[in-house]
Design a binder for this molecule. Structure first.
Ligand code: AMP
Length: 588
């Protein structure tokens, strides 16, 4: 790349002394054991995420400091201090205890960004239970699939979401014993087969000992998608908190006085690791906005809440860019001092747009559900090369791997060569398994290396550049979508014989989900049927996962072994070369 396009940092960009100033020195000196020593641990020697994130501050000088400031349209902001958060999380943990839900048992949360979601996550962790936040835009099928895979015993949701997304499949979730409801109008609920969370919380004690969990005890379960089969439940442990702490320091540059806003929903891993845990660990005040994207609102929040550190995503940045330059001119951002982005490739224009419009460049960083925390980042310590994901953080070794024909994998030493991005195992937040799928987990490793499924290259300065995925998963608005889940829902429609789903490039959301279907005998393609299929998929899968486009084909290309060739569908859609067709059924 042209070196003139590198964004050189000046002292004015940093405003205060960054946590990571000497990249090479810090990498040399870093050891995970020492990072662990910065946390307090449980009295008996264990480790618990909620204890580090909340209890530590609730029992110290930050007791009355605001931990979360919850914003929602039409109602006043609600500030919750570290002390209050601790008491509320204790009440929730006691609710679980009274229901007989203990260590290692699974609690699911399906809610928008309401205070109860955050309380349930922290209370579950305090109780030693395993928590899995689900995205509230999921439809009934993705919810039921995940609750069943995770053997959920408890689901916390709202009365409206329950009626729309859970009730119809409740009898298909045999492990689910307790549904705890939050009334969206703030009152109480009495839907048969459910419990009113507010009433249980009011009766529960606000005193509760943290369950003595160890660093290897399971804490969070996050579902992620692959090319085939059901979603995979990535198992995380309490020890991950060491990574959350270290990366909050290095990649987000969190300082005690920051006002921090992570725009990610906790239904996706960023919204949990960095929307809940990391800022609390650093004793930082977080802004949580319940509303969906709105350019005016977002600029308003950055200004009015005096946000200092902002962690967001490329789709949101592109939507701000699209909304035009007039809106931000009405706002001022004197407090803002650091911006980071994650989840999908960040275009070089977006990095520069940050500097022009917000006065700061945007620091792209990379990680995934399986890594549990940020691995590669543009940090305050070095210049930004727009379009690059940055360099591995202290404690992280990354490499580009070549897959040999004999099935072995080797590190590519030369720069600028494309291969699979890999990380040397051993960082604390590395996932410990895919739930009930040991074989799939084992396949992610080659000796000491974890293979990420991403294609990338490393340049001579050690910066990593994202190229694409090695599989067929789709990234739409930052959300990973498994084509199989979408195809399965389409196949349930009586008219559909086969379905193949691809990600179609989109200038704003990265990729949109596009489905190709062939129809069963007796059905004829029509606009009405297309609309019906779109509606069918949306009802089952929810807006976040459902296809935005559906096209009819007489039949779908398949390999000789019967697999739908999504790559070929994609190449044809984009007018690209069709590549090797030797495995195509009837082709070759
Ligand atoms: P998820 O597990 O849902 O967080 O998705 C992880 C995937 O998102 C990665 O494996 C990448 O394919 C993609 N991704 C995350 N961060 C970036 C980034 N900074 N640039 C490009 N792709 C990214």
């Amino acid at each position: 790349m042209d070196s003139s396009s590198v964004i050189r940092k000046t002292a004015a960009d940093l405003r205060l002394s960054p946590n990571l100033a000497d990249y090479a020195g810090e990498r040399r000196a870093f050891a995970w054991d020492r990072a662990r020593a910065e946390l307090i641990g449980l009295p008996g020697g264990g480790l618990n995420i909620a204890h580090e994130a909340v209890e530590r501050h609730a029992n110290g000088p930050l007791r009355d400091k605001t931990a979360f400031r919850f914003l929602a349209r039409g109602i006043p902001a609600r500030d919750v201090s570290f002390g209050e958060l601790s008491r509320l999380a204790s009440r929730f943990a006691n609710v679980l205890r009274q229901l007989g839900i203990g260590k290692g048992e699974r609690v699911f949360v399906l809610a928008g960004r309401i205070p109860e979601l955050y309380i349930a996550v922290l209370g579950s962790l305090k109780n030693g239970s395993v928590v899995s936040p689900l995205f509230s835009a999921f439809g009934p099928e993705p919810v039921a699939t995940r609750v069943n895979l995770g053997a959920g015993r408890v689901l916390v949701t709202t009365d409206r979401l329950y009626e729309r997304k859970v009730a119809s499949l409740r009898d298909k979730m045999p492990t689910l014993e307790h549904v705890l409801l939050v009334a969206e109008d703030g009152g109480s609920t009495n839907i048969p087969g459910t419990l009113d969370l507010a009433a249980l919380m009011a009766e529960a004690s606000e005193v509760c000992e943290v369950e003595p969990t160890g660093a290897e005890d399971m804490s969070l379960l996050h579902f992620t998608s692959g090319t085939t089969g059901t979603p995979k439940g990535a198992v995380h442990v309490h020890g991950a908190v060491v990574t959350h702490y270290a990366t909050g320091r290095y990649a987000l540059d969190l300082h005690a006085d920051d006002i921090y806003w992570c725009t990610a929903d906790p239904g996706w891993v960023t919204g949990t690791s960095y929307g809940i845990i990391a800022p609390l660990l650093h004793g930082v005040t977080s802004i949580i906005d319940r509303e969906e994207f709105d350019a005016e609102r977002w600029y308003g929040i950055l200004q009015d809440e005096a946000v200092t550190v902002w962690y967001t995503a490329p789709t949101a940045i592109r939507m701000l860019m699209k909304a035009g330059a007039e809106i931000p001119r009405k706002y001022r951002f004197p407090s803002l001092r650091f911006i980071a982005s994650v989840g999908e490739p960040l275009n070089p224009e977006a990095v520069r747009w940050g500097r022009d419009v917000l006065g700061l460049p945007i620091h792209d960083n990379w990680w995934q559900t399986e890594t549990g925390g940020i691995m590669i980042a543009n940090t305050p310590a070095f210049d930004i090369k727009p379009g690059s994901m940055g360099r591995p953080l202290p404690g992280i070794d990354a490499a580009i791997m070549r897959h040999r024909e004999d099935g072995t994998v080797t590190v590519i030493d030369e720069p600028d060569v494309e291969g699979e991005l890999a990380l040397k195992r051993g960082w604390p937040s590395m996932f410990r398994g895919y739930l009930n799928n040991e074989e799939r987990y084992r396949k992610c490793f080659a000796g000491e290396w974890y293979l990420t499924g991403d294609l990338a290259k490393r340049d001579a300065d050690g910066y990593f550049w994202f190229i694409g995925r090695t599989d067929d998963v789709i990234k739409s608005a930052g959300h990973l979508i498994g084509p199989f889940e979408v195809e399965s829902a389409l196949m349930e429609h009586p008219a559909v014989a086969e379905a193949g789903v691809i990600g179609k490039p989109d200038p704003v959301v990265g990729e949109v989900v596009k489905a190709f279907v062939s129809l069963k005998q007796g059905f004829v393609e029509s606009e009405a049927l297309r609309m019906e299929l779109l509606g069918h998929a949306r009802k089952r899968l929810g807006a976040a996962v459902a296809p935005k486009e559906i096209a009819f084909l007489p039949s779908l290309p398949r390999t000789r072994s019967g697999k739908i060739m999504r790559r070929l569908l994609k190449a044809r859609e984009l007018g690209l070369p069709e590549g090797d067709l030797s495995t195509l059924e009837g082709g070759g």
